[in-house]
Structures are given as structure tokens and as C-alpha cells.
Design a protein around this ligand. Structure first.
Ligand code: SAM
Length: 352
């Protein structure tokens, strides 16, 4: 399956949309407001470009994207601004619902801080994978990408044997049931993708420019902590409930795996150092407690908004309501007895 042609957040503004079900991502991003603004201001005071290029990579269709842009632009507007225009580049895969995003642009322009002499904010969309080239040579001063780079460019080929049979039959991602080759294949795919991401941005970001990245990650090298396996194990269990009800075939579940990987600090550091175009300036863990008011059903909807496109491509649209009902019920039971957190890694990288 070609991820680029299938994967997208649920579009529109309806009940199952990413727009209405992305508060986890919004909360995590808000935790690094300060870090991102500080990095922007440092970049701005060192470079003071006439035409400032900012990009949001993996922006999706929700209001989150323009909220981040507004914060970034407003932090630089003011009487001292030497910039005569802000060029804002919104990127996501071609399958993204850019129209829903564009429809919010008039409100975005209206909400921007008014002031004498504020420079124009010019927004453009750049559909394509951030694992390849996207923008013109040395056109960007600041890049951010929030909650996007844990999504790999493909399902790692190494999770299948030579005959194309799945090796990770008892799970949809890395869990205690996964054979070691599966873990290696996921880690290798992440390393390859992250390297390609840095190589692409190395051409596009000016020297002294910065990137602030927020990536779902692991706090230690352990793959199997509750926080890391909780959602996947329950999702797998929900698939098996549908198998036992005769709604899907067991083989379909055994051959389903996600194109997702959560790196740890060492992996990020090693790749940044070896690729060599950026310096790692800041590294922080961002822990977001799951709000106790979140029911299993709310959590299931948050996962559905992100994963439905890939799942319905594999299993068919018809099982989605049943699947996420089961998932919500299972999560309700688990969340009654256990607390868990979502962990992200925040990094600031400076272009050498
Ligand atoms: C969970 S959403 C995060 C959206 C937004 N940044 C936020 O904070 O709410 C992840 C986004 O990354 C996008 N994405 C994943 N892989 C991508 C790739 N290779 N190139 C561009 N966008 C990608 C997805 O399509 C999706 O819109």
C-alpha cells in the first residue's frame, strides 16, 4: 500500500473529523509554545530577513495549524519588525483536506493582531511528503512540525518474510508479542525517514534557520511500557472481538500493521549528528496526562480521526463504527483502573 496515496486525517468538521478530535495534539503543542517562540525570536534577531519564510509540516486540516502560525507570526510582529512580508507554507500529504483549512483563512487573517504597519501574511499550500524536497532552495527561516513525524513514509518492508507473509501477526505495532526483526525493521525505517527529512530541509532552510519538532517518542529505550503499548494492544483486541463475531477474517488482522514509530533520545541524537546539517540545540520530553474527563469513547474517536483512512483501506469502511465502539468500551474499562500519559519529544535544530 502506498501510504502517500491513502493516509490522511479525517477531513471536514463532522463528528469523526480530526478538526473536532485533535485536542490531545493541541494540548501537547501548547506545552512547547515557549520553546517554539524562543527559537523563532532567536532566529529572527540573528537573521532579520526582509521576507521571512515559515513552514508547518504535516499541518492537517484542523484549526491547530493556523493557531500555531498565528502564534509564530504574532510573536515577531511589532514596531521593531524589519520584515516586509511573512511567507507561510502549509504542508501535508496530497490526500489532506486542504479545503477545510483554506475555508478558515478569512477568520485567520481577521484575527491576526492588528497594528500600524503590520507586514502582509501570505499563505500557500505545498502538498507532498516531508520525506522529500518540498520548498525552494534556502527559502525558509523557521520550520515547525508538530505530532507528524512519528508517521513513517511506508510500512517497513522488514516486517514481512521473504514470501511476503507478515511477521508481526499478534500485534499491529511493536508490543511484547512482536519478534525482534519487527522492532529492528521499524527502527530502521524511522532512521531512513528522519535522515531523508533532514536532508530535504538542509537544502531549504537558510544557515542559522531553526526547526522546532514535536514527535511522539519514548522516554527510555524501553518499547513496552504501559504508556507505549496501551492503545495498540487494546486496538488489536478490538479487531479480535470483530473476528470472533465473524465480521472480519483473522488473516486480515494478522496482516495489518501501522506505519508509525516512536523514537527515543539516542536515536534522534545519532541521526542528527551523522546527517550533519543541523545542530541539536534543545531536547525536551513533553508528557501530557490523559485528561480524566476523557472517556474511552472520546479516546477512541481521537484514534479514529487519525487512523480511519488506513484501516478502511485495509478492512473496508463497513466495520469502522463497530470497531471503534468496541475500542471505546475496552478503553473505558482500562482507563478506569490505569492512568496513562502521551509522551512527545520536542527538539530545536539549528541549520549549520
Ligand atoms: C496527527 S496529525 C498532526 C497535525 C497537526 N500538526 C497538529 O498538530 O494537529 C499528523 C499530520 O501529519 C501528516 N503527515 C504524515 N506523514 C506525512 C508526510 N510524509 N508528509 C507530510 N505530512 C505528513 C498527516 O497527514 C497529518 O495531517
Amino acid at each position: 500500500m502506498e501510504v502517500e496515496k491513502v493516509f490522511h486525517m479525517n477531513g471536514g468538521v463532522g463528528d469523526t473529523s480530526y478538526h473536532l478530535n485533535s485536542s490531545l495534539q493541541k494540548n501537547a503543542a501548547e506545552r512547547i509554545n515557549e520553546l517554539a517562540i524562543e527559537a523563532m525570536e532567536q532566529t529572527y534577531s540573528a537573521l532579520r530577513p526582509k521576507s521571512l519564510g515559515i513552514a508547518d509540516l504535516g499541518c492537517s486540516s484542523a484549526s491547530n495549524a493556523l493557531r500555531y502560525i498565528k502564534m509564530a507570526v504574532e510573536s515577531l510582529m511589532g514596531p521593531d519588525t524589519k520584515t516586509s512580508e511573512f511567507r507561510v507554507c502549509l504542508n501535508d500529504l496530497p490526500t489532506n483536506d486542504f479545503n477545510t483549512l483554506f475555508k478558515t483563512l478569512p477568520d485567520f487573517y481577521q484575527d491576526l493582531k492588528k497594528g500600524d504597519n503590520n507586514p502582509p501574511v501570505l499563505v500557500a499550500a505545498y502538498p507532498g511528503s516531508f520525506y522529500g524536497r518540498l520548498f525552494p532552495h534556502k527559502s525558509l527561516h523557521f520550520v515547525f512540525s508538530f505530532c507528524a513525524m512519528q508517521w513513517l513514509s511506508r510500512i517497513p518492508p522488514g516486517i514481512y518474510d521473504d514470501q511476503g507473509r507478515p511477521l508481526n501477526r499478534e500485534s499491529v505495532y511493536i508490543t511484547k508479542n512482536s519478534p525482534p526483526q519487527v522492532i529492528d525493521a521499524y527502527a530502521k525505517q524511522f532512521a531512513e525517514d528522519f535522515w531523508a527529512f533532514l536532508e530535504g530541509r538542509a537544502v531549504e532552510v537558510v544557515s542559522g534557520g531553526r526547526m522546532a519538532l514535536l514527535i511522539a517518542g519514548r522516554k527510555t529505550s524501553d518499547y513496552f511500557s504501559l504508556d507505549k503499548t496501551f492503545l495498540w494492544e487494546n486496538l488489536h483486541q478490538s479487531f479480535f472481538t470483530l473476528v470472533s463475531k465473524g465480521k472480519i477474517e483473522k488473516e486480515m488482522v494478522e496482516s495489518y500493521d501501522v506505519h508509525f514509530y516512536e523514537p527515543c533520545k539516542q536515536e534522534i541524537q545519532d541521526i542528527v549528528t551523522k546527517e550533519g546539517s543541523f545542530e541539536l540545540e534543545r531536547f525536551e520530553f513533553v508528557e501530557t496526562e490523559i485528561d480524566l474527563s476523557f472517556s474511552g469513547a472520546v479516546m477512541a474517536k481521537a484514534v479514529r480521526a487519525v487512523q480511519q483512512s488506513m484501516m478502511s483501506h485495509h478492512f473496508g469502511e463497513g466495520i469502522m463504527d463497530d470497531l471503534f465502539d468496541e475500542y471505546g468500551k475496552l478503553l473505558d474499562k482500562e482507563m478506569d483502573t490505569k492512568n496513562f500519559k502521551v509522551i512527545h519529544i520536542a527538539v530545536v535544530l539549528r541549520k549549520l
